[in-house]
Design a protein around this ligand. Structure first.
Ligand code: SF4
Ligand code: SF4
Length: 209
């Protein structure tokens, strides 16, 4: 082994033992070792956020979720790249929402699972960008789309939160919806829309007796 080899750190990536300089990201380490990985590397495929990895550090039982491009290799680290499809059944067309008065009702039609949030924190724990995903889901459910949209500004659509969610809420797509409608409409006051929604659902029947 040469002096140079002594300066390299040893990591296992997708089951392959690799030696590479410690200042490289997991993706760069693969390239350094001669593995020309492109699949699952978002910036090379045109969709940021797809370099999802599971990481276990030396002497730690904890497995963390992260992005391969942002994670520098450490000695003894184990890394697995995740490639999974990104299906979502939350299809909609913004121009089918007639005006901003309809946004909240349409949201609940498109994302009916949102009201079933268990507050399990799975989305928060899995998010490599540190986004308050669960809070965003709650805000959107209350029609506070502008506030929700601001929480999701740094989202890279890596799908970790979607995969983690036991209620199939697809929080990232919910966040995208919030960002889109905020840009598309001038949102009316959420408390007023909520009250009108309650009236529409006949939750405040008029008593005539
Ligand atoms: S909100 Fe979801 S999709 Fe966006 S970065 Fe966080 S985990 Fe990834
Ligand atoms: S993972 Fe799903 S159910 Fe759990 S807190 Fe997040 S949105 Fe709610």
């Amino acid at each position: 082994m040469s002096d140079t080899d002594d300066e390299l750190v040893r990591v296992t990536i997708n089951g392959k033992e690799i030696r590479a300089p410690g200042n490289l990201s997991t993706i760069q380490a693969l390239w350094f070792a001669g593995y020309p990985r492109v699949k699952g590397v978002g910036c090379l495929e045109g969709v940021c956020g797809s370099c999802r990895i599971l990481v276990r550090r030396k002497d730690s039982p904890e497995v963390a979720m992260a992005l391969g491009c942002q994670t520098l290799i450490e000695d003894g680290m184990e890394v697995h790249f995740l490639v999974f499809p990104t299906p979502t059944h939350h299809a909609y067309q913004l121009d089918e929402i007639a005006n901003s008065w309809e946004v909240q009702a349409q949201f609940h039609r498109i994302f009916p699972e949102a009201v079933h949030c268990r507050h399990c924190h799975g989305c928060d724990v899995s998010c490599p960008k540190g986004i308050e995903v669960e809070k965003g889901v709650e805000l959107a459910g209350k029609g506070r789309f502008r506030e929700a949209s601001e929480l999701f500004v740094a989202c890279v659509m890596c799908d970790f939160c979607m995969t983690a969610c036991p209620e199939h809420i697809a929080p990232n797509h919910l966040g995208l919806f919030a960002r889109r409608v905020t840009a598309y409409f001038h949102i009316r006051p959420s408390n007023l829309i909520s009250r009108l929604e309650e009236l529409r659902r006949n939750e405040h029947p008029i008593r005539t007796d």
